[in-house]
Design a protein around this ligand. Structure first.
Ligand SMILES: Nc1ncnc2c1ncn2[C@@H]1O[C@H](COP(=O)(O)OP(=O)(O)OP(=O)(O)O)[C@@H](O)[C@H]1O
Length: 305
């Protein structure tokens, strides 16, 4: 049995009409982690998640979920995963409690093991337990989708863009719940457009672009890949032309007495950069720096691919 929560090997998907959405994708999602799947629009993220959820059939490759091959043991694979889809789809005439009970029935969860009330409470939907789904706000509907995905207590929860178009408070609540599940040992896979969110939440991140994996690393290592650093330096006199020095990757006059310099932090340190300015007779009045974040890494990887 595979020790990965999800193992994807050489996965390919070509849609009818010839669109190649996934092209030889391989990676493992380690058990117990929060795993981020990132990529620009149309990269293939939803296709991959829909294959995991059994909603899209793959064209090539192997996928196992919690050690169960999705072709050989589809039922066990399905029982091991809960998927929160990107789009909100509901029968408007069911109440949240009924929706959870029906979902539990579909998964064959015995009545004695159902936990609709606990899920409604965790998703702060107790007040709305018996209201029609059509009367719920967008945020409440999204929370109900998360509860639905967890009715069978799967060891893996997959969230496809769970915070797209969702207000800040709900995002925070959702992440709080995700962190609680993670603390209980649930493996989490999420796609998000909010890189900052991925940076804060994920242990590991895979980036896909045009259906191919372009990075798959622990978040910290991925961030460490961004070696370029920017400093904005205010100097004590007007500068007409940018001074030159070998330790600058780039330099530009960005204000009357301001220079913006890019340097590689694996080659030089900030002291050398400032020293090079002082050596040219400029006095340093102020310095601000910015560490590269996931957005910089993401853009550089996606540009290269
Ligand atoms: N049912 C389909 N039939 C044909 N092409 C499709 C189908 N679904 C998706 N595609 C195409 O496959 C590619 C990957 O789409 P997918 O939805 O997986 O990307 P994504 O990374 O999830 O993007 P987004 O972030 O916008 O949801 C896109 O070019 C898309 O147009």
């Amino acid at each position: 049995m595979s020790d990965a929560a999800i193992r994807i090997e050489n996965l390919g998907k070509t849609y009818e009409g010839g669109k190649r959405a996934l092209d030889g994708v391989s990676f493992d999602v380690p058990r117990g982690q929060i795993f981020g799947l990132l990529g620009p629009n149309g990269a293939g993220k939803s296709t991959l998640i829909n294959i995991l959820a059994g909603l899209v059939t793959k064209s090539q490759g192997q996928v196992s979920v919690w050690g169960f091959d999705i072709d050989q043991h589809p039922r066990n694979a399905k029982l091991s995963i809960g998927v929160v889809p990107q789009e909100i789809i509901f029968d408007p005439f069911f109440t949240p409690r009924e929706a959870l009970e029906i979902q539990a029935g579909l998964y064959g969860v015995p009545r004695s093991q159902r936990r609709s009330n606990a899920l409604l409470a965790a998703m702060r939907l107790t007040d709305k337990a018996d209201a029609y789904a059509r009367t719920l706000s967008g945020g409440m509907k999204r929370r109900l989708l998360v509860a639905k995905a967890m009715v069978h207590s799967p060891p893996i929860l997959v969230l496809d863009e769970p915070t797209a178009g969702v207000d800040v408070e709900l995002r925070q609540q959702l992440w709080e719940y995700v962190r609680e599940l993670h603390a209980e040992g649930v493996t989490i896979v999420l796609t998000t457009h909010y890189l900052e969110e991925a940076e804060q939440l994920c242990d590991r991140i895979a980036i896909i672009n045009h259906g191919k994996v372009v990075a798959n690393e622990p978040t910290r290592e991925l961030l460490g890949r961004a070696q370029e650093k920017n400093v904005v330096v205010t100097v004590d006199r007007d500068v007409m032309a940018a001074p030159e020095a070998s330790c600058f990757e780039q330099i530009a006059v960005s204000g009357e007495r301001q220079l913006t310099i890019t340097y590689r932090k694996d080659r030089v340190n900030a002291g050398e950069v400032l020293g090079a300015l002082q050596a040219q007779g400029l006095g340093i009045v102020d310095v601000t720096t910015r560490d590269p974040d996931l957005e910089d890494v993401f853009l550089s990887l996606v540009r290269q691919a």
